[in-house]
Design a protein around this ligand. Sequence first.
Ligand code: NCD
Length: 309
Amino acid sequence: MTITPDGIVSIKHLTSMALLSNDEVLGLIKRAQDFKYQRIKPVFNRQFFVANLFFENSTRTHKSFEVAEKKLGLDVIEFEASTSSVKKGETLYDTVLTMSAIGVDVCVIRHTDEDYYQELVDSRTIQAAIVNGGDGSGQHPSQSLLDLMTIYEEFGTFDGLKIMIAGDITHSRVAKSNMQMLKRLGAAIYFTGPESWYADEFDVYGQYVGLDDMIDSVDVLMLLRVQHERHESGETFSKEAYHAQYGLTHARYAQMKASAIIMHPAPVNRGVEIASDLVEAPKSRIIAQMTNGMFMRMAILEAILNGKA
Ligand code: NCD
């Protein structure tokens, strides 16, 4: 991965936030803002093919990558796991090997297995670049980058911001990508939510606190979806109980600083993590996150193709 003095980022794969330097993150944010505000379109020196391989459900990540690809003028190869040779038992490795062999330049992949990407980027045969659209409870770098862009657009810095990550932290790849990067960028991280969804390993990134102790002083409240599909038995809350104890209620909203913002990667469980009508409240940046995500994914793809051109 490189960044030139004039801020052009070039990356081989995007698998984990740990592989990006702070300058590369800021370079990608600036480039996503170029796309957003200047409506520029890069010209590539050849045709590029991109395949979106989604083995887990997705609306925002999948479709915003697709819009980004089309805006960049790339050729998008449709892929449905349910009608592909995956149904005949083909492995992810062999699927990506096939994509690469037929000339696909970039594979955007979401998969339930944590670290699924390692054998793909280590392969000497696979030439396609890998963009991780989420690996189990591992990493979600494109979501983290769009979250960082949204925070940067609001505050113009990360240094000294108080950011509270709330909810189902252990199962959230969004939380993991964000806590690592936000700490490195100088933010103060606070965690809150059910103790059973918190792990001591997060202590190196921030402090576990009570929601009501900090709600009036945070700059960013980053809510996480309750990831029912990743829960084993035993950790159930009723919607109402979760909302009352750990959710953003109207009363908590009223206590937040005037300058504070609310984020959520979505999909939102309305009435659980957040009162339904607060999704579009003035402090909410949930819709801005979705919009920024498309521009950030343009910047990510361009950086990958800069590395290939
Ligand atoms: C997130 C994900 O898939 O990890 N969604 C997304 O990409 N916007 C968060 C979630 O599903 O809770």
